[in-house]
Unconditional design. Structure first.
Length: 135
């Protein structure tokens, strides 16, 4: 939420020529590792992401009966923003506030689980290569 999570694109921004912004070779290695890529697109993290996104979609779609759009009607950028801070969905309704807690829980679960899975891949790579991280 504070923009302090360090992805390859962040590292590249601060180390211009020394760091490749592409998602690590131990992950998908097929696109710039931005927040959108990390949260919604990196195929290596799909196994963790898909069931949780399904839960987020369910919770957001319950909310949408009140005032907001369905999950799939949000742009990818909006989905990233909701995943990081779902309060943008809040429309001052007591029932909705209770439902929003469900969205928030699932979004925190998504970010925590993706972080753990990404870290697990990078750590495994570190142990097998006995060198620095491959990215
Ligand atoms: Zn990736």
């Amino acid at each position: 939420m504070t923009g302090t999570y360090t992805l390859q694109s962040t590292r590249a921004r601060f180390n211009k020529s020394e760091v490749d912004p592409t998602c690590c070779i131990i992950l998908c290695n097929c696109a710039e590792e931005t927040m959108l890529h990390f949260l919604l697109e990196c195929t290596v993290l799909d196994i963790v992401r898909k069931p949780i996104l399904s839960d987020i979609k369910y919770e957001v779609n319950l909310l949408s009966r009140k005032a907001t759009k369905l999950w799939d009607e949000h742009s990818l950028e909006e989905q990233v923003n909701i995943s990081i801070d779902c309060t943008s969905l809040y429309k001052c309704d007591r029932m909705q506030a209770e439902r929003l807690e469900g969205v928030e829980f699932q979004c925190k679960r998504l970010i925590f689980s993706l972080h753990n899975e990404r870290y697990r891949h990078l750590k495994l790579s570190d142990k097998t290569s006995k060198t620095k991280l491959p990215c």
